[in-house]
Structures are given as structure tokens and as C-alpha cells.
Design a protein around this ligand. Structure first.
Ligand code: FE
Length: 185
């Protein structure tokens, strides 16, 4: 099975659980996030990042249980190290930074925190709360930080139980187009 098929079937089979206390499944959340990126005119790697930003959740079945016990399994790092074998930084960095982007937005945008869902406020605490001034400057020094912030905004919106989206095959075509050379196996 090639990596595109592997990720597709992972999203299909492991993505049926609810997305951390929200009214959508992991798969619906991934598809909605990618659809918002596509509608916003994002690049192919960024649409791919939007689709796969929570792949760390579906890779680790313990994720939800750990969250219930107040532990953060750092799914953004699990996701990044998995994707690293197959995709370049335009995909992996926004995935890695999408949680930091939430902490960043809480620090720089006073209206942002007010819009977070209840589940997202709970995880913010576990993730370290809003960024300090030093952390904010460090974050802005990362060349992928703007993409991470865009991804974060779609991520926060991708929680609509009634949204209609194209399917996994449609979005995995973007992923296939940004595989690293030699990473087809
Ligand atoms: Fe997400």
C-alpha cells in the first residue's frame, strides 16, 4: 500500500471518533479544515497540511483517553514526525505549529480567545496557555508562522456537524502532489 492509500485508510478507519469534545468526527474535522483552506485559495501544501494537521490524533488511539485524564500527548509533534518522511516543510511546519498558533493568537489577538470553543479552552491550559512576549517573537521568526496561523483559523472553524465537503479522495489528490521525491512507496 502506498503512503497516500495508507493515510486515506487511516483517516477513514481511525477517524470515526469524535474530535476532542466537539460535535464532529476526526474525519469530518479534517475534511472541513481542508475545504476551508481550499475555499480560501491556499497553496497545495497548505491544503494538505490542513487535511493532515491532526493526523497525530488518528495515529494514536490513546489520544482522547489521555485528554480525559488531563494529559497532552503533543499530537502536533507526533503528526510532524510521521509526515516528515513523506512531505516537505511547507506541509510539516504548519502541522507542527498549529497548536503554538493558538497560543500565539491568544497572546496577540484579544478577540480570539473569546471565540474558542469550550474544548479548545481546556486544551489551551494543557498546552501552556497564551504565549509570553519572548515566545511570540520566536514564533514570528519561523518562516512558516503565517501559514500556521491561517491553518489555525480554519481548524477553529472546522467543527460544524452539518457542513458538506468533498471526500477524502478529493483532498488526498493535493497530498499526492506534494510528496517528497522518492517518497512514493
Ligand atoms: Fe484540529
Amino acid at each position: 500500500m502506498d503512503i497516500i492509500e495508507r493515510i486515506s485508510s487511516m483517516l477513514e478507519t481511525n477517524g470515526t471518533g469524535l474530535y476532542g469534545g466537539e460535535a464532529v468526527t476526526q474525519t469530518q474535522h479534517a475534511l472541513q479544515c481542508a475545504a476551508l483552506a481550499e475555499a480560501d485559495g491556499a497553496s497545495t501544501p497548505l491544503i494538505t497540511a490542513a487535511l493532515l494537521h491532526d493526523v497525530g490524533h488518528v495515529l494514536d488511539p490513546e489520544f482522547e483517553a489521555a485528554l480525559e485524564h488531563g494529559r497532552d500527548l503533543v499530537h502536533e509533534d507526533i503528526g510532524e514526525s510521521f509526515l516528515n518522511d513523506w512531505f516537505g516543510e511547507e506541509v510539516t511546519q504548519p502541522v507542527k505549529l498549529h497548536v503554538a498558533a493558538k497560543r500565539y493568537l491568544c497572546a496577540v489577538d484579544s478577540g480570539y480567545f473569546a471565540k474558542l470553543s469550550e474544548a479548545s479552552v481546556l486544551t489551551l491550559k494543557l498546552q501552556g496557555g497564551p504565549m509570553s512576549g519572548v515566545e511570540t517573537a520566536e514564533f514570528e521568526a519561523n518562516p512558516h508562522h503565517r501559514d500556521a496561523v491561517r491553518l489555525r483559523v480554519w481548524d477553529d472553524l472546522a467543527k460544524d456537524p452539518d457542513a458538506e465537503t468533498p471526500d477524502i479522495v478529493h483532498f488526498m489528490a493535493y497530498a499526492a502532489r506534494c510528496l517528497k521525491t522518492g517518497a512514493q512507496a
